[in-house]
Ligand binder design. Structure first.
Ligand code: CTP
Ligand code: ZN
Length: 154
């Protein structure tokens, strides 16, 4: 009997590959990236085998080179991902994605009385006080936000 051939995710010619995303988190990663009306070809691979026995997700964005500062916030939900820049099929740049010390304008404070949750025109702002597991502190009300409260926002 003929065995079906294994389907592999195609290499891309130019663009960005975000690799080693925590398994099943790629859709959340995509939300964080918030690529505005992207016309780029997107390939998402979920739950694929990594080089070791672990599973991971991969995101390939064709014809667009994301800058490290555009992807750093991904570390909030996927601490071990890498960003690879591809030109003419070659990886020309590879970097580990790392959390910045501040997260601005991305998350809602879990304290309902926080000034950022009122009608005041104040942008939310958190300090990263621990990276793994992630713990953030609100600049305004000092409320601590733990990983599950952060993940549930994406
Ligand atoms: N990749 C791609 N298209 C290319 C080249 C690479 O989509 N033309 C993808 C690979 O599939 C991989 C990632 O980009 O998911 C990084 O490629 P590479 O550095 O060649 O792979 P590894 O050595 O396995 O990377 P690492 O050491 O970071 O695990
Ligand atoms: Zn707050």
């Amino acid at each position: 009997m003929k065995q079906p051939k294994e389907l592999k995710v195609k290499p891309i010619k130019n663009g960005t590959v975000i690799d080693h995303i925590t398994a099943n988190k790629s859709l959340n990663v995509l939300k964080i990236l918030n690529l505005p009306n992207s016309e780029s070809n997107l390939t998402i691979a979920m739950n694929v085998q990594s080089s070791n026995l672990d599973r991971k997700d991969i995101l390939k964005i064709e014809n667009r080179e994301l800058a490290p500062n555009e992807v750093d916030q991904i570390a909030l939900i996927s601490p071990n991902s890498t960003i690879n820049i591809i030109r003419d099929y070659e990886v020309v740049d590879k970097a580990k994605i790392g959390l910045l010390n501040e997260i601005n304008g991305l998350l809602k404070c879990s304290n309902p009385n926080c000034i950022t949750n009122t009608n005041e025109p104040v942008e939310n702002k958190f300090y990263v006080i621990n990276k793994e597991p992630v713990t953030l502190r609100c600049h305004y009300c000092e409320r601590l936000m733990e990983e599950h409260e952060i993940e549930s926002q994406f």
